[in-house]
Each structure stands twice: as structure tokens, then as C-alpha cells.
Ligand binder design. Structure first.
Ligand SMILES: NC(=O)c1ccc[n+]([C@@H]2O[C@H](COP(=O)([O-])OP(=O)(O)OC[C@H]3O[C@@H](n4cnc5c(N)ncnc54)[C@H](O)[C@@H]3O)[C@@H](O)[C@H]2O)c1
Length: 255
């Protein structure tokens, strides 16, 4: 069976665990060569090694998405080791749970540097390689918090960056369309990852059940359910979709 990403090269940021790991694994299973970037070196190396052990093509690169130099190195790995770049998943993110009153200027600036500047730098640095490939797809990971203010405003800086990613993706879709490069944002609800656990999302007991009840499907999502959407947006199956906001939240944002 041909893979849905056969012949493509995809770069995933924040690929050492959680949704980025699931994205990298599904891309490799569907035939792409995958560059995994992260600040978690041992974990990222291990995921790349396990993809290769399963017969896939993968390389890990140290990538702090707030660093322009790191981005240049990551794109160079895709071009030098795998011959180019066709897809970029700007997935890396951090989520301190502080409301506006609690947020220090230092924390605010770090969240913007990683989530917002990281996404900008990723798109800007990948652009020449995507253009050289003749077409491309960028998936920027936003959140339902770009629409609905989070769980009682517990993550003010985070929500601000996710709204910025949504807006920036639309502008990029307009700017890059002439080069046949598509840009879409995805908006997950609560997904069962280390981030959600740390933010007090999927926890045991009453709090977990109350949170699940906020979604019509009455549960949190899995990283694989989000990766399935990322795969679709990276593949040629979504060839006429750009500038869209794809919500993957079990219906959480319906209310
Ligand atoms: N889990 C959720 O409920 C949820 C919901 C909506 C959106 N998101 C978004 O999905 C994305 C993935 O989140 P997750 O839940 O898998 O989180 P996670 O914390 O499990 O994984 C995030 C990954 O990003 C990496 N990372 C953090 N800072 C980095 C940096 N400066 N440079 C490179 N890598 C860095 C981490 O090391 C980690 O491997 C994030 O953008 C997050 O905001 C998560």
C-alpha cells in the first residue's frame, strides 16, 4: 500500500513526546522522512531511534524554537540528510497556568518566545526550502483557547499566543499561497499528554470527570487523534485547504 506521505520530508518541532511524537510517528509510518526537533535531547533521540528501528526514516536535531540559529540547523538537516522539505509542523509549546494577575513579565515573554516567535521563526526559516520543493504544507498548532479563553483564564499568556498563531497562520496562507505552500492552524481541545497533565487537565477523580463532561464526546482526546488531522493537512488529500482553522476538540468549543 502506498503511504499518504510517500516521498515527502517533514519537520516536526516538539517531537520528543506528546502530540509531536505522535505526529512524527504517523508521518514516518505514511512514508515521510521525518526530522524531529526538541529541547529534550535524550527523549527526542529515543523517539527517532525507535522510528528507524521500525523501518522509518528519521533524524533528531536539537531545536529550541525560540532560536533562529537552531531553526537554520534543523532545516539544514532536512535538506542535507533527506534532500529537501515538504512539510512543517510547528507543534512545540509551553503552557504555564497563570492568569493575567499572576503572570510575571519574564514568564509572559518566555511563553511568547516559544509559542509565538517559535512559530514565526519556523515558518520564516522553512520557507526557502518549501519554495524550492515546489509546494508545501505548514501546520501550526494553536488551541481551542484561541476561541474560548481557556478554563477560567488560567493560562493568559498561553491563550494570547494561541490567538496570535491563529491570526499569523491566515496571513501566512495569503503570503505563501502563490508558492503553492498551504498554511493551516489546528485547535486541539484537551489532549492526554504530559502538558495537559501538568496543566491540571486529564487528572483522576471528580475534576477529570467534570472536565470531560464539558465536551459532547465526554472525554479528552489522544495524541493520535490529533496526529490523524495533522497527517491529513500535510498530505495532498488536503490540496485545496489553506488558511483554515481545524478544530479537534471533541466538541469542547461548541459552548
Ligand atoms: N495537550 C493539550 O491539551 C493541548 C491542547 C491544545 C493545544 N496544545 C498544543 O499542542 C502542542 C503540543 O503539546 P503537548 O500537549 O504534546 O505538550 P507536551 O508538553 O507533552 O509536548 C511539548 C513538546 O514541546 C517541547 N518544547 C517545549 N519548549 C520547546 C522549545 N523551546 N523548543 C523546542 N521544543 C520545545 C517539549 O520538550 C515537548 O517535547 C503545544 O503547542 C500545545 O500548546 C496542547
Amino acid at each position: 500500500m502506498p503511504g499518504r506521505l510517500d516521498g515527502k520530508v517533514v519537520l516536526v518541532s516538539g517531537a520528543a513526546r506528546g502530540m509531536g511524537e505522535a505526529d512524527a510517528r504517523v508521518c514516518a509510518r505514511e512514508g515521510a522522512a521525518v526530522v524531529l526537533g526538541d529541547v529534550l535531547l535524550a527523549e527526542g533521540e529515543a523517539v527517532a531511534a525507535s522510528i528507524v528501528a521500525d523501518g522509518g526514516r528519521a533524524a533528531f536535531v536539537q531545536l529550541d524554537v525560540s532560536s533562529a540559529e537552531d531553526w537554520k540547523r534543523a532545516v539544514a538537516v532536512a535538506v542535507d540528510e533527506f534532500g529537501g522539505l515538504d512539510g512543517l509542523v510547528n507543534n512545540a509549546g509551553i503552557c504555564p497556568t497563570e492568569n493575567i494577575e499572576q503572570t510575571t513579565l519574564e514568564s509572559w515573554q518566555r511563553v511568547l518566545a516559544v509559542n509565538q516567535t517559535g512559530t514565526f521563526l519556523g515558518m520564516q526559516t522553512a520557507l526557502p526550502a518549501l519554495r524550492a520543493a515546489g509546494s508545501g504544507s505548514i501546520v501550526n498548532v494553536s488551541s481551542v483557547m484561541s476561541f474560548c479563553g481557556g478554563q477560567g483564564g488560567i493560562a493568559a499568556a498561553y491563550a494570547a499566543t494561541k490567538g496570535a498563531i491563529q491570526a499569523m497562520s491566515k496571513g501566512a496562507a495569503m503570503e505563501f499561497g502563490r508558492d503553492a505552500i498551504r498554511v493551516n492552524s489546528i485547535h486541539p481541545g484537551t489532549i492526554d499528554t504530559p502538558m495537559a497533565a501538568a496543566a491540571g487537565g486529564p487528572v483522576d477523580g471528580d475534576a477529570r470527570r467534570a472536565f470531560q463532561a464539558m465536551s459532547p464526546l465526554n472525554r479528552e482526546g489522544t495524541p493520535e487523534e490529533v496526529a490523524a488531522t495533522v497527517l491529513f493537512l500535510l498530505s495532498d488529500e488536503s490540496a485545496f485547504i489553506t488558511g483554515s482553522e481545524v478544530v479537534v476538540d471533541g466538541g469542547f468549543s461548541t459552548h
